[in-house]
Ligand binder design. Structure first.
Ligand SMILES: Cc1ncc(COP(=O)(O)O)c(C=O)c1O
Length: 370
């Protein structure tokens, strides 16, 4: 077994944590709530022990997860995890072995590349097509899928915000079925769709489909470290559950209790409404900004709070580093996603991100480029 290597996204974050930026362009989560928003619904007598609890996650939380994902599946098909990151980790680590083939998209979430390398699996990347709004070519996916053990996709896509609509998702399920491959669709950004309805979760469509998600993005609760894995296959859930016992072990009771409250129907709808109305206006603002900057171009995201923009005249790494050192403004370089000519920009993080200031400073840096 190979060591787990750092991925360039995390490496860049670590390298730059001491820079103390004053503005951020590209946070990917909605305005984070505060603890006081939940106090009225919390029981002060709550025991912070997990004894006596269901180790797969609070049943009420698992039910909320299924309901908010419009899935009519039994509770046994859900495992609550330490974020979507852990759900992805458990799935990849238990379902894929050395020499197995994994198919994924690029650009996409780098966790799958790191895990494939650590497991000693072969990774085949299917390039999304920038000139077609970062669409995923299904013919290329079908070709790559032959003999694959697992297909790993994000919907909405991180980092481009492209959506795979329902009809395409059903075609992808057929591709996976023909290859007898697991199909993991990470939908951590679900709930903030701009160009069409929220696509269905793969766990409801395909018997070897795995849906991963969390409260991190649309609900802004990434610090709770609470997410999930959903799959009709009880064996896959059981294997993940067993592996998890050797990592974060049992449940995070406080995270689950707050997530359960946040995912109740009324609260969830209200938070999504707020996040959507904020994001719609800030995304418009960012789109106008990109339009007005001759050195920038992008395919406006169809969902979520981030997108990938092409910068002319400088590589994305140098641009991100200069923006940070000269303008105290943070964004992620596209190299974090294997796209060196791009930068990741977005409108998340709420007021603390100081988007207006960040854009002013990005504009100042763009003006200095030859
Ligand atoms: C596509 C994708 N999957 C998973 C994660 C991890 O999220 P979580 O906080 O739910 O672990 C992220 C976070 O940025 C993400 O973008």
């Amino acid at each position: 077994m190979h060591k787990v290597k750092i991925h360039t996204l995390f490496e860049y974050l670590l390298e730059t944590t001491e820079a103390e930026p004053e503005a951020f362009i590209g946070f990917s989560l909605a305005q984070p709530p505060q603890l006081k928003d939940y106090l009225a619904d919390l029981d002060p007598e709550l025991s912070l022990d997990w004894n006596g609890q269901d180790f797969r996650g609070l049943p009420a939380l698992r039910q909320n997860v299924l309901d908010r994902s419009a899935l009519d599946l039994p509770l046994e098909s859900v495992l609550i995890t330490a974020g979507a990151a852990e759900a992805n980790y458990l799935s990849l680590r238990q379902l894929v072995g050395p020499g197995d083939k994994i198919v994924t998209e690029t650009p996409g979430w780098p966790q799958v590349r790191v895990m494939a390398e650590a497991i000693g699996a072969e990774l085949i990347e299917v390039p999304r097509q920038e000139e077609e709004g970062w669409s995923l070519p299904l013919d290329a996916l079908e070709e790559a899928a032959e003999g694959a053990k697992l297909i790993f996709l994000t919907n909405p896509n991180n980092p481009t915000g492209r959506l795979i609509p329902e009809a395409e998702l059903r075609e992808i399920a057929e591709i996976a079925r023909r290859a007898d491959a697991w199909l993991l669709v990470d939908e951590v950004y679900a709930g903030l769709e701009w160009a069409g309805p929220r696509p269905p979760s793969i766990a409801g469509i395909y018997e070897k489909g795995i849906t991963t998600g969390s409260v991190s993005k649309a609900l802004g609760l990434q610090g709770l470290r609470t997410g999930w894995m959903i799959c009709q296959d009880q064996g896959a859930i059981q294997d993940a559950f067993i592996l998890r016992e050797n990592a974060s072990e049992i449940m995070n009771i406080l995270g689950e209790v707050i997530a359960e409250i946040a995912m109740r129907e009324d609260r969830y709808a209200a938070k999504l409404n707020d996040a959507r109305s904020q994001a719609i206006s800030t995304l418009e603002q960012l789109d106008r900004f990109v339009e007005a900057e001759p050195r920038l171009s992008w395919q406006k995201p169809e969902a979520g709070l981030i997108g990938l923009a092409r910068v002319d005249g400088i590589d994305g790494d140098s641009f991100a580093r200069r923006l940070l050192s000269e303008q105290r403004t943070f964004l992620l370089p596209g190299s974090s996603y294997g796209q060196p000519d791009h930068i990741r920009i977005g409108v998340g993080g709420g007021a603390a991100a100081k988007l207006d200031l960040g854009l002013e400073r990005m504009s100042a840096l763009l003006k200095t480029l030859p």
